[in-house]
Ligand binder design. Structure first.
Ligand code: PLP
Length: 368
C-alpha cells in the first residue's frame, strides 16, 4: 500500500469554473492560464477540463510543447515572452504567441530568421513595476515592433497590481487608455480578480481576459469573497487518512515543540500528510480540516509527514472514527462537504495560489 495521501483533480469543476469565467468575461475571449504546471494541477489533467478555452497562457516553453503534444492547435501565449534568441525558433515551430516586455526581446526578434511573421503581445508597465514598457516608451516600442518583418500582429497588454483589493484598477486603466488610445490591435488586461470584479466595463474585459486562479476554484480576492460566493468549485482535493490515534489526558501535548496542550481528555487522530506533501508548516492549531466530511481542526505543529487532528467533534456526534478515516485537507470530501483551499491558506497567512502550486511531487495525483 502506498501512503494514503492523494490529490484529485476535478475535471468537471474545471469545466464549471471555465464556464463561470465565460459568464464574467461576457464577449471577451478567455485565456486559460496554465503556468506552473497548471497551478499544480498538472498540464495534461487541466487541459482535459479546460480545452474549451479560447487559448492557453503559460511561461515555460516545455509546457507549450506539452499542450501541442496533447493536440491543442489553438492559441498559446507566453506570458513572459522569450528568454533567449533560440526560443524564437520554438515559437515559430510551435506557433506560439509571445509577450514582448523589453527592448532586448525586440532586438532578438529583429534577428530572428523566419518566413512566417509572429504575433506578439506588447506589455505596458502600468504601475506594477515588474515587466513591461513604461507608458511613455510604449509607443516607440510599438513603432519599432511594427517595422519588423518578423512581426505580424501586435496586441496590447497590461497587468493590474490591485484588481483584488481596495486600490482597484482605475489608475492603471486610465494610464493604459491614455497611452494606447489610437493604437490598433487587440487588448488584454484582466486577470481573475479583474474578470470577476471589474469586467462589467467593456474596456476592462477588452478582447481577452487571462483567467488563472478562478479556474482552479480559489477566490482571487479571498479576503473579501469566498470561492462559493463566486460560484467557483474546487478543482483540487487533497485527501489522506488517519493512520493512528492517541487518547490524550489533561495536560498531554501533541507534536514537536509541545505547542498544543490538551485542556481536557481528548481523542487525537494522526493524518498522513505533512509539509513534505505541500501542506504548509505554518498552519497553526485550529486550521480547519475535514474528517469523514465533518469539520474539525488541526492540533500542534505540522511535521514533515504527519499532522494531528482533533477527533472530539466526531466522537461527540457519536460518529465511528479512527484508523482509516478519511481526512480532507482541502477540497471536497466523499460525502460532498467542502473545505476551501483559501481557508487553509489564510490560516497559514498565504493564498490558495501558493498551496496549489506547492503540492509536492511525491503526492500521487489523478483526475476524476
Ligand atoms: C498568472 C497571470 C495571470 C493569471 O492571474 P490569476 O490571478 O491567477 O487569474 C494573468 N496574467 C498574467 C500576466 C499572469 O502572469
Amino acid at each position: 500500500m502506498p501512503r494514503p495521501i492523494h490529490a484529485t483533480v476535478h475535471t468537471q469543476a474545471l469545466r464549471h469554473n471555465l464556464q463561470r469565467a465565460r459568464q464574467a468575461a461576457l464577449d471577451a475571449r478567455v485565456w486559460a492560464v496554465v503556468k506552473a504546471n497548471a497551478y499544480g494541477h498538472g498540464i495534461a489533467r487541466a487541459f482535459e477540463g479546460l480545452r474549451g478555452a479560447d487559448g492557453f497562457a503559460l511561461l515555460d516553453l516545455n509546457e507549450a510543447q506539452t499542450l501541442r503534444d496533447l493536440g491543442w492547435r489553438g492559441p498559446i501565449l507566453l506570458l513572459e515572452g522569450v528568454f533567449e534568441q533560440r526560443d524564437l525558433e520554438l515559437c515559430s515551430r510551435l506557433d506560439l504567441w509571445h509577450t514582448v516586455h523589453c527592448e532586448q526581446q525586440i532586438d532578438m526578434l529583429s534577428q530572428h530568421k523566419t518566413n512566417v511573421p509572429q504575433r506578439v503581445f506588447l506589455k505596458m508597465n502600468s504601475g506594477m513595476n515588474r515587466l513591461g514598457f513604461a507608458p511613455h516608451s510604449y509607443r516607440s516600442a510599438w513603432t519599432r515592433l511594427n517595422a519588423l518583418p518578423q512581426v505580424d500582429e501586435i496586441s496590447l497588454m497590461a497587468h493590474f497590481s490591485d484588481a483584488d483589493g481596495d486600490k482597484g484598477i482605475a489608475q492603471q486603466m486610465q494610464l493604459f487608455q491614455q497611452f494606447t488610445q489610437d493604437l490598433p490591435g487587440e487588448r488584454s488586461l484582466s486577470n481573475s480578480a479583474a474578470m470577476l470584479r471589474h469586467c462589467g466595463a467593456a474596456e476592462v474585459r477588452a478582447d481577452w481576459v487571462r483567467a488563472g486562479i478562478a479556474l482552479y476554484g480559489s477566490a482571487p480576492d479571498a479576503a473579501q469573497h469566498s470561492a462559493t460566493e463566486w460560484d467557483l468549485q474546487p478543482a483540487m482535493t487533497l485527501s489522506s487518512k488517519i493512520i493512528g490515534t492517541q487518547q490524550l489526558a489533561l495536560g498531554d501535548s501533541v507534536g514537536y515543540g509541545s505547542s498544543f496542550v490538551a485542556q481536557a481528555p481528548m481523542l487525537v487522530g494522526v493524518a498522513a500528510c505533512g509539509y513534505a506533501d505541500g501542506y504548509p508548516r505554518l498552519c497553526p492549531t485550529g486550521t480547519p480540516v475535514l474528517v469523514n466530511g465533518v469539520r474539525t481542526r488541526t492540533l500542534g505543529r505540522v511535521s514533515m509527514d504527519m499532522l494531528a487532528v482533533d477527533l472530539t467533534p466526531l466522537q461527540q456526534a457519536g460518529a465511528a472514527v479512527g484508523f482509516g478515516s478519511e481526512v480532507t485537507l482541502w477540497g471536497r470530501s466523499h460525502s460532498g462537504a467542502l473545505l476551501s483551499i483559501d481557508e487553509v491558506a489564510s490560516a497559514a497567512g498565504t493564498l490558495g495560489y501558493e498551496l496549489m502550486c506547492a503540492l509536492a511531487a511525491r503526492v500521487p495525483t489523478s483526475a476524476d
